[in-house]
Write a protein that binds this ligand. Sequence first.
Ligand SMILES: [Zn+2]
Ligand SMILES: [Zn+2]
Length: 346
Amino acid sequence: MFCLLCNSEEKLYDGLCKECFLKEFELVEVPEYATFTVCSHCGATLKHDKWVQTGYYDDEIINDAIQKDIEINPKLLNPVIETQITNNRGTVYDCILHVSGNIIGEPIEKKYPIEVKVEKGVCSDCSKFYSGYYEAVIQLRADDRKLEESEIEEADLFISNEIQRISKTNKLAYVTERIVLKEGIDYEVGSYNAAHKIAINMQKQFGGHITESRKIVGHDKSKSKDLYRSWLSVRLPSFHRNDFIEYDNKILEIKKIGSHKFVGRNIHTYEDESISWKEYDKIKKIATPNDIRQTTITNITPTDIQVLDPDNYDTVDLKKHESMERFNIGEEINVIKIKDRTYILI
Ligand SMILES: [Zn+2]
Ligand SMILES: [Zn+2]
């Protein structure tokens, strides 16, 4: 028997001598070009039917694209493929594949040129964003009053910072629309999880309480589950710091607003009291710092302080608290009149 190519007379492999066989053997079948898809908005790449965020155009992505599109000769043992990018022209990469392995007991190595083309696509998250998709609405409201401009500005800034932070790990953390309504501001947020986190953090920052409701807005056939949209209403309290509220037959001046509680100073006993937001419904705002008046101390005894009623200049005797030792006769001090009773503010 002779080699079909060189007529040499020796052991044959598929009709060829060893030398001719190794020369003719193709380690891989390489298509004209390989492709990979990149989201033209965010640079995510499609990998095994899933969009993944990776470094843009890196060697690994090109390697993956090639591995997906070439076929290794099943006869090749221990195949190793290394990709070398030799040139980049816009969306085309010229690459050389260095393929090695073993065949008929001999090591073999060959180079194959291949083009890798970048195809532009839109990833699922970006297509949601561009179609205005949103899973939740944060509703900024205030109880029993209009939101103040400064509160809206603070909330806008707070939400935008939160979105920036959360969007590093959640691509649906975006605001599709901010809608000004007469009762407040609605922020449509792509991701429910992001909206929920933001609402909780807003409550921690601004106080008040959150209520949540949701509605079915569609059905995802591919996952056979209902699609929901949630409304997270962040209701700022009717009162601010330094306002006066009535609670449990006491009058408190609000000193601190926290996430779980707020602190009010009882303007009769001058003791601070923390109140849970759960008690919110039992609270009535009764005065603001605009209602504070100035008046003059007309007399001081060991137990009492006498001041002028700021409305009719009658003298009023009030109990002296230990913190009032520093007061002097003739001094101007702040008082507030609530339900015809005068209180000294300290
Ligand atoms: Zn031969
Ligand atoms: Zn994208």
